[in-house]
Design a protein around this ligand. Structure first.
Ligand SMILES: *Cc1c(COP(=O)(O)O)cnc(C)c1O
Length: 376
């Protein structure tokens, strides 16, 4: 037999795009020899909950033991909070793992998975990695076009991924729109509703999607500890969904997907309401200030329901991101997410946002002087 190992890799995996993470601060500082701020990955600028840090530090003493593979304590706490049974909670290695597992369990060649253009790239990767066909529905005004998505459902559709609020555009749809959409989705199609940014959305109420789940059990709600709880580095998230589906995901996941440190940290972070409240309030204040500052520079940020700001700046978007980087401000160019003329800025602390605004002002002034970019 003359087959090589590489030939075993199927075309649908060979063709997958690589996830492009925000550049780490240390790397940029080493390369440019400047102090940098990272506003590129929608991390919590106020850090982790201090109670989570304490709980995880204590758990470190048990690092020689395998963690609780069934994540019992955390699932019980989450079930109490969300009003479902513990069998309806799945804890994953970040929501990332659950996004992947949903497609791996339900999709295969011959079926279709659907999401929107201009949404979170891991949705498309999960669908394509399952061997199913990816169906991308265009957006309207930087938001999910739920009506068009409903019309795109075929007998082959197995899973539909929604992010509410959406990354990278920062827009959200309301509970009524969701319910109307769910009405039109057949029982045999799973809707994955990724609510990573739900805490930050002034127009949304977390309880609403749980109520929708009680009515329509073909919904899988994803939440994460990576954003408002400030535990992105711990890698832990969870899903609310029907027990039969979660049980199949359990068979497929690696035996100890989340660490004992992450479980202890998450459990403590859940109870730290003070930290969560402070993070939401700070984000709201800074979101308003950063948006106003960018508008004041002639830019047009899309109104945000999240902890980041999306805006189209024209064909020079990548160049502007590079120049911001040279000035020590790491933001995210969005060509790889389907918006070659846009960039995304995570909302930082007041100091970080000031640095970002000053750098942006410097770049736009210089460019206007050269006549390269008419301020918009
Ligand atoms: C940040 C983010 C997540 C979080 O992923 P984790 O794996 O839990 O860190 C999930 N979905 C979206 C849309 C995000 O932007």
């Amino acid at each position: 037999m003359t087959r090589t190992i590489e030939e075993l890799i199927p075309d649908y995996i060979r063709g997958l795009p690589v996830y492009v993470p925000g550049r780490p601060i240390e790397e940029v500082e080493r390369e440019l020899k400047i102090h940098a701020v990272k506003l590129a990955s929608n991390e919590n600028p106020l850090g982790p909950s201090p109670r989570a840090v304490e709980a995880a530090s204590l758990a470190l003493g048990n690092a020689h033991r395998y963690p609780d593979g069934g994540t019992h304590l955390l699932r019980e706490a989450l079930a109490r909070r969300t009003g479902v049974s513990t069998e309806e909670i799945f804890v994953g290695l970040g929501s990332s793992e659950i996004i992947d597992l949903a497609s791996r369990v339900l999709l295969r060649a011959g079926l279709e998975g659907m999401t929107s253009h201009g949404s979170y790239p891991p949705f498309s990767v999960a669908i394509r990695a399952s061997g199913a066909e990816l169906v991308l529905v265009p957006q309207r005004h930087f938001a999910f076009d739920l009506e068009a998505m409903g019309k795109a459902i075929t007998p082959k559709t197995g899973v539909i991924y929604l992010a509410n609020p959406n990354n990278p555009t920062g827009t959200a749809f309301g509970a009524e729109e969701l319910d109307e959409f769910l009405e039109g989705v057949p029982d045999g199609v799973l809707v994955v509703l990724d609510e990573a940014y739900i805490h930050y959305a002034p127009s949304l109420n977390r309880r609403k999607s749980e109520e929708s789940y009680r009515r329509r059990r073909n919904l899988l709600i994803l939440r994460t500890f990576s954003k408002v709880y400030g535990l992105a580095g711990m890698r832990i998230g969870f899903a609310i969904g029907r027990a039969e589906l979660l049980s199949a995901m359990n068979r497929l996941k690696t035996p100890f997907n989340t660490s004992g440190l992450a479980q202890a940290g998450a459990l403590a972070a859940l109870d730290d309401r003070e930290h969560v409240t402070r993070c939401i309030a700070t984000n709201a204040i800074e979101r308003k200030r950063l948006s106003a500052g960018l508008s004041g520079l002639g830019l047009r940020p899309v109104p945000s329901e999240t902890n980041f700001i999306f805006m189209e700046v024209g064909p020079e978007a990548k160049g502007i991101c590079d120049e911001l980087l040279q000035l020590g401000v790491i933001v995210r160019p969005l060509g790889w997410m389907g918006f070659p003329e846009a960039l995304r800025i995570s909302i930082g602390t007041a100091e970080e946002n000031d640095k970002c605004l000053a750098a942006m002002a410097e770049i736009l002034t210089k460019r206007a002087g050269k006549g390269e970019l008419a301020a918009r």
